[in-house]
Ligand binder design. Structure first.
Ligand code: G
Ligand code: G
Ligand code: NA
Ligand code: MN
Length: 253
């Protein structure tokens, strides 16, 4: 069986599982959101991580089916949490293909209607490289999404090739500092300076700044001192099955 037909079969057999990783405010440690991260639980091979199928799904265009699945599951989870009085913002990763899909804003609007949610429940994460693949069309999609009031985030910031001149024109709300700068910032003074400068750059552009890859309390405190707004990482929580989130929140708070 080719990987593509295996992926199609995985959808039919419900083998994908929505994992989420909590996102907290660094000043108060309050949980404010979560990032949706897909997992494939294969009947024979067990858990398959996205690095082993997302790049392929992007190449073949199958990613659009997966993105739709993730958005559907995320919206359902948001609805369930809201019914329990839990208001969290759901961050969902978009790929290049999604950004080039002219119909994505309409599909997203339809999703919100069907789940009785507002755009404020979502933040869409896009990497610099996904945007730079076709900046003109990407910008069109981002502007239409932004006009719908959905928040947009630049993911893995600092690892791509976009210029600041270009970034300045993007209708984004959040900048997410790549984990490669955050993970070792307690020991690497260059990393710490990059993180500090990125926080200031983001704030000066009026953006919320999020650090991913927080693996220790020392790093979490350093980031809070630097004024970083939000954080995410193994120290706070590893990604977990969506069904476990409500319990995790009640233990965290
Ligand atoms: O935990 P982690 O292994 O989940 O994710 C590895 C990579 O796969 C990351 O770059 C992450 O952004 C990407 N990824 C995880 N879930 C999704 C998804 O639903 N859509 C897209 N486009 N990428 C995802
Ligand atoms: O590419 P993106 O930033 O969307 O994906 C986030 C990736 O980082 C996922 O694979 C997720 O599991 C992983 N991740 C989340 N927190 C940590 C962390 O604290 N340390 C490391 N090494 N990886 C993390
Ligand atoms: Na992401
Ligand atoms: Mn990232």
């Amino acid at each position: 069986l080719s990987l593509l037909s295996e992926l199609r079969q995985a959808v039919e057999r419900n083998e994908f599982v929505l994992y989420v990783q909590p996102k907290i405010a660094l000043s108060s440690t309050t949980v404010i959101g979560m990032e949706a991260l897909i997992r494939w639980v294969h009947p024979e091979r067990g858990m398959i991580f996205p690095d082993n199928f997302i790049p392929f799904a992007e190449k073949t265009g199958f990613i659009r089916v997966m993105t739709r699945w993730v958005l559907e599951q995320s919206a359902a989870l948001c609805g369930q949490l809201l019914a329990q009085g839990i208001h969290l913002k759901m961050s969902v990763n978009l790929s290049t293909r999604d950004l080039l899909d002219q119909d994505l804003p309409n599909k997203f609007g339809d999703l919100l209607l069907r789940h009785d949610l507002t755009a404020a429940s979502f933040c869409l994460e896009i990497t610099e490289s996904a945007i730079m693949d076709d900046p003109v069309r990407a910008l069109q999609t981002l502007e239409r999404l932004h006009a719908m009031q959905v928040e947009l985030s630049i993911d893995d910031f600092g690892t791509g090739y976009s210029s600041l001149a270009y970034l300045k024109r993007l209708p984004v709300d959040e900048l997410k500092i790549d984990k490669s700068f955050v993970m070792n910032m307690e020991n690497d003074t260059d990393d710490a300076q990059i993180v500090r400068s990125t926080i200031d750059l983001g704030h000066n552009m009026g953006l919320r700044v999020v650090a991913e890859g927080i693996e220790s309390v020392v790093v979490m405190k350093l980031l809070a001192e630097m004024g970083c707004d939000q954080g995410q990482g193994y120290f706070i929580s590893r990604p977990m099955p969506a069904a476990k989130l409500a319990d995790w929140i009640s233990q965290w708070t």
